[in-house]
Design a binder for this molecule. Sequence first.
Ligand SMILES: CC(C)(COP(=O)(O)OP(=O)(O)OC[C@H]1O[C@@H](n2cnc3c(N)ncnc32)[C@H](O)[C@@H]1OP(=O)(O)O)[C@@H](O)C(=O)NCCC(=O)NCCS
Length: 334
Amino acid sequence: MTSPTLTQATGPAHTRIYAYGAARGENFVTNDDLIEPINSSDEWIRQRTGIVTRTRAVPETSATDLAITAAREAVERSGIDPAKIDLVICATISNARQTPSMSAVVADAIGANPAPAYDTNAACAGFAYAVAQADALIRAGAGTYAVVIGAEKLSDVVDPTDRSISFLLGDGAGAVVIGPSDFPGISATVWGSDGSRADTVSMNHTLIEFRDGTAPWPTLRQEGPSVFRWAVWEMAKVAKRALEAAGIEAKDLAAFVPHQANMRIIDEFAKQLGLPESVVIGRDIETTGNTSAASVPLATHRLLEEHPELSGGLALQIGFGAGLVYGAQVVVLP
Ligand SMILES: CC(C)(COP(=O)(O)OP(=O)(O)OC[C@H]1O[C@@H](n2cnc3c(N)ncnc32)[C@H](O)[C@@H]1OP(=O)(O)O)[C@@H](O)C(=O)NCCC(=O)NCCS
C-alpha cells in the first residue's frame, strides 16, 4: 500500500531563555515561628540548613496564583505577545487539585489560551525537566514560545511536628519564557531517576487512606541524612556531567544555581565542582526556604536582580529530589 508522505514538523536549531519572573509567598516565616513543636532552635536550623526565613503564602493564595504572577512577569519582560505563547508547562507537586492541570489555568490567565498546557511532576528537579521538554519541543517544531514555571505551595503539605523536612519548606513560583535563538542557549540536559529510593522523599500517606479515615492529611517526609549523602556525592557527579555535556568547564560559568535544599549541600557542590571565586552562587534558600520545583528559577531571578552583570553569562542549574529524580543543564542567562 502506498500512502502520501506525511509532513513532519521541524523547528529552529537553538533555543534560549528570554526572561524570568518570580512570586513568593507573602509571609516571611522565621525559624522561631516553627521550632517549638519540633524541639529545635533558630541556631540549629541556621547552622544545619542555612535557612533564616522561608516565604509562605496566605491561605487565599494558591500555587496556581503564584504560578500566574511569576508567568506574567516573565512574559512581560520577554516582550513576547502572550497570544504567541504556544506551550505552557508547570512543574509542581502541590497543585491542590489533581485535575485540571495548573498549566491550563495559567495559560488562560496569562492570555495564552489555547496554548497546549500540561503539568509535570518531577519534584525538585521539575524545573530542569520542564526546561528540557520546552527546549526539545521547540527544536522539534512542536511550538515556538514556551512558558515554563516551577510553582509550589508546600505549606499545604507540611506537618508542624515533623522534624525531617517540613521546617525547610516554603511557597513560591519561578517562570521563564523560552523561544528560538540564533545561538545555543540551553545545553543538553543530564537527567535521570532512581525509583528504588522512592521512599526516601515522599508523602507519608495516600489520599485514599485520608479519605478512608485511616490516616491524617498526607504531608512530606524525608530520610534527611541519606538524601543529604546522595545529593552531595551523586548530584555533584551529575553537575559535572552537565558541564561536560555543555562542552564547558567550571571556570566558564558566571553562575551556579543548584536546588535550594540545604546551604551545606550548596557549599559542598561548590567545593566538588572546583568553582572559582568569580562564579556567583544562588543562595536564595536563606530567605525563601526550599520551594521544590520553584527553587531554581526563583534563585536565578534573584541573582539577576542582584547581579545584572550576569546577563549573557552561563549558569549551571541542577535540581534533585523526590523520585528520586535529577536534572541539570547549562543555560545562557537573559
Ligand atoms: C534534614 C537535614 C537538614 C537534617 O540535618 P542533618 O545534619 O542531616 O541532621 P541529622 O538527621 O543527622 O541529625 C543530627 C542531630 O540533629 C537532630 N535533629 C534532626 N532534625 C532536627 C531538627 N529539625 N531540629 C533540631 N534538631 C534536629 C537529630 O536528632 C540529631 O541529634 P543527635 O546528634 O543528638 O542524634 C539534612 O539531612 C538535609 O538537608 N537533608 C537533605 C535535604 C535534601 O537535599 N533534600 C532533597 C529533596 S528536597
